[in-house]
Design a protein around this ligand. Structure first.
Ligand SMILES: Nc1ncnc2c1ncn2[C@@H]1O[C@H](COP(=O)(O)OP(=O)(O)O)[C@@H](O)[C@H]1O
Ligand SMILES: O=C(O)C1=C[C@@H](OP(=O)(O)O)[C@@H](O)[C@H](O)C1
Ligand SMILES: [Mg+2]
Length: 177
């Protein structure tokens, strides 16, 4: 049997990492994790509360720890938070321990898909969410590119289409599918 490798989803807020990651896991019969959900489970607080109490720095430390531990697994799907690639350690762990799928998404789509919610304080509390997303993209896009094994555009494609596209591409990578 082929070695069971991990699948890690990276990309900006609203790219669909959590939604698509869960569906890929279901289709491939793999266990699914979401770094934000894991932080919420461990702290008993929602993401915006973690930001409020511990600042972004505190949240990033938790995120790095969760990624460190989850990347030790074998045969999981992990949806990361959009800022996880800011950590060099996390980038190294993600690229060493699985196939990294970058969900590339234009800011227009990100805005449409991200309503005010408790998981995205960086834009929920911003006066100009578009500007924030543009700044984050400038900083982070090269980091997503740096570790991506597969890049998928998620503009107008349905989540289902994106899931099938990723699974097709995973099948052509040695050891998966
Ligand atoms: N390909 C897609 N097409 C349309 N809507 C999508 C797509 N992918 C995700 N969504 C929707 O966008 C929103 C944000 O998706 P989510 O998975 O939370 O993104 P992320 O985890 O990357 O921030 C959700 O409401 C989800 O249903
Ligand atoms: O881009 C970011 O810095 C963040 C993205 C969020 O996750 P999603 O990418 O799943 O929305 C969440 O981790 C937090 O609000 C910070
Ligand atoms: Mg998510």
């Amino acid at each position: 049997m082929a070695e069971k490798r991990n699948i890690f989803l990276v990309g900006p807020m609203g790219a669909g990492k959590s939604t698509i990651g869960r569906q890929i896991a279901r289709q491939l019969h793999l266990e699914f994790f979401d770094s934000d959900s894991e932080i919420e489970r461990r702290t008993g607080a929602d993401i915006s509360w973690v930001f409020e109490l511990e600042g972004e720095e505190g949240f990033r430390a938790r995120e790095e720890k969760v990624i460190e531990e989850l990347t030790e697994n074998m045969g999981i799907v992990l949806a990361t938070g959009g800022g996880s690639v800011m950590s060099k350690e996390s980038r190294n762990r993600l690229s060493a321990r699985g196939v990294v799928v970058y969900l590339k998404t234009p800011i227009e789509k990100q805005l449409a898909r991200t309503q005010r919610d408790k998981r995205r304080p960086l834009i929920a509390e911003a006066d100009d969410p578009r500007k924030v997303l543009e700044q984050l993209a400038q900083e982070r896009d090269p980091l997503y590119e740096e570790i991506a094994d597969i890049t998928v555009q998620t503009d107008d494609q349905s989540a289902k289409f994106v899931v099938n596209d990723i699974i097709d591409q995973l099948e052509s990578i040695n050891g998966l599918g």
